[in-house]
Design a protein around this ligand. Structure first.
Ligand SMILES: [Zn+2]
Length: 448
């Protein structure tokens, strides 16, 4: 795989920090933004990079050299006129291989590129867009996709009043096939991928895939954002932000844990969040855990709700969470139910599966897909089945007094802890985690 790094911007928004340097060479914690990207590529064995430059191209060329400093082969290509992000790539197509990765030089990225490439290949798409949740989806361009990840549309803001869209923001990281772009003319005016090229490709019926991930990717193009990224680097948030790094997780049940259990939740407008749940998720994620929802949704097998309906409910839940800066790394649902013979049911989903809790199927899938370390992981829920699932997976268990509050009494497994709600559980886990880290640091200091 070859990477194409868009480094042509003048960086006028960063002028106060750049000392006249072009934006890709602005340093954060002592290192140029472009260097972080070269290191990312080298870590993922992406050994060739084409840097598309414009403003102060000579400085960038001198900085890159031949790339061997990073174990890469780097070439710089200078654009003759500013053509915008997509325009620059289209103009350079003849020098690019059939498939390539596109990165923007003013972003800080720590994404497991190998996983993204694998998802791109598995989808068979002409292009894959990295999509991530952010904390201001209402004023972001949001990408709508179907249950297989195929991109259906790109919704620029302002969004239509009352529109329910997923918190999937185009994060300016793509895998593209040159053939998909070949039909597009080299533009005379600047062209942007999200505003011009992807909508045009969708109109032509080109298959674009949305790769959804909450890994670390942030625009560093203004002084405030640069400071934010610097702080994230210092606190280790960037380093642990990639799925290439194994992390413990907090597995969360949905109904009765995050949102009120109304027993037949089949439409997004019925969703009502439990107070403090979003703040709890924000705290836990800030402490370095991956946050994964695992939920039994037999409403699908019963025919009360389609998978598409369920995804709309989850879109709504993630929008509510994002208002408080809370994000999920994944949502896994079991659509099955073991008992056959009801009117309106979907017979093909009526069987004894391994994913329905207390089965460990959803947790095992998340462990594979999100590189989770079970040691130090927790499962929090309001039913005895959640506690039993935790036991079956060998992870810590918390039973909450919200929702059913364990009154279902279906399974006999005893919870390690009980709390009034998710907020109380989160405070406890975060405090325990802080104490453990402090003890480790002290032990380390004593050894030194
Ligand atoms: Zn299942």
């Amino acid at each position: 795989m070859r990477a194409v790094i868009l480094a042509g911007g003048k960086g006028s928004r960063l002028a106060a920090r750049s000392n006249g340097l072009p934006k890709p060479l602005v340093t954060v914690n002592g290192k140029a933004l472009l260097e972080y990207q070269f290191e990312l590529l080298a870590r993922h064995r992406v050994e060739e990079a084409t840097v598309l430059c414009g403003y102060r191209a000579e400085d960038i060329r001198r900085f890159c050299g031949d790339g061997s400093r990073w174990g890469l082969r780097v070439e710089c290509v200078e654009e003759t006129a500013p053509l915008g992000t997509a325009g620059a790539v289209i103009a350079a197509l003849d020098e690019l291989p059939e498939e390539f990765l596109v990165l923007y030089a003013d972003t800080m990225v720590n994404v497991d590129l190998g996983r993204m490439f694998a998802a791109h290949r598995a989808s068979g798409a002409e292009g894959t867009l990295f999509l991530h949740p952010n904390d201001h989806p209402w004023d972001s361009d949001l990408v709508e996709s179907d249950e297989n990840g195929r991109v259906l549309g790109i919704h620029g803001y302002p969004h239509a009043e009352g529109a329910l869209l997923p918190n999937q923001v185009n994060a300016a990281l793509y895998v593209l096939k040159a053939s998909a772009l070949r039909g597009m003319k080299v533009p005379e005016k600047p062209l942007d991928f999200a505003k011009h090229v992807f909508p045009e490709l969708l109109r032509r019926g080109v298959h674009l895939h949305g790769y959804r991930s909450a890994e670390y990717i942030k625009d560093a193009g203004t002084p405030e954002r640069l400071d934010h990224v610097a702080e994230d680097l210092r606190r280790g948030v960037v380093a642990r932000g990639s799925l290439a790094v194994k992390r413990p997780a907090i597995f969360l049940d949905r109904d009765g844990t995050i949102n009120e259990d109304i027993s037949y939740l089949t439409r997004p407008e019925q969703l009502k969040m439990i107070p403090g749940a979003a703040e709890a998720i924000r705290l836990l994620r800030g402490a370095g855990y991956r946050i994964v929802v695992v939920t039994n949704q037999p409403v699908i097998a019963r025919g009360d709700c389609t998978t598409a309906d369920l995804l709309r409910i989850h879109d709504s839940m993630e929008m509510e969470l994002s208002r408080e800066g809370a994000f999920l790394d994944g949502i896994y649902h079991c659509p099955h139910h073991p008992d056959k013979g009801f009117e309106g049911e979907r017979a093909e989903l009526k069987f004894r599966c391994e994913c329905r809790k207390p089965g460990d199927g959803m947790v095992r899938q998340a462990v594979r897909e999100l590189n989770i370390e079970l040691d130090g992981s927790w499962l929090i829920g309001d039913r005895t089945g959640d506690v039993q699932t935790a036991h079956n997976c060998g992870i810590h268990s918390v039973l909450l007094r919200t929702g059913i509050g364990g009154r279902d009494q279906r399974y006999t497994a005893k919870p390690e802890y009980m709390f009034d709600d998710l907020a109380a559980a989160a405070r406890f886990i975060v405090q325990q985690n802080d104490e453990r880290l402090a003890a480790e640091q002290n032990a380390g200091a004593a050894e030194r």
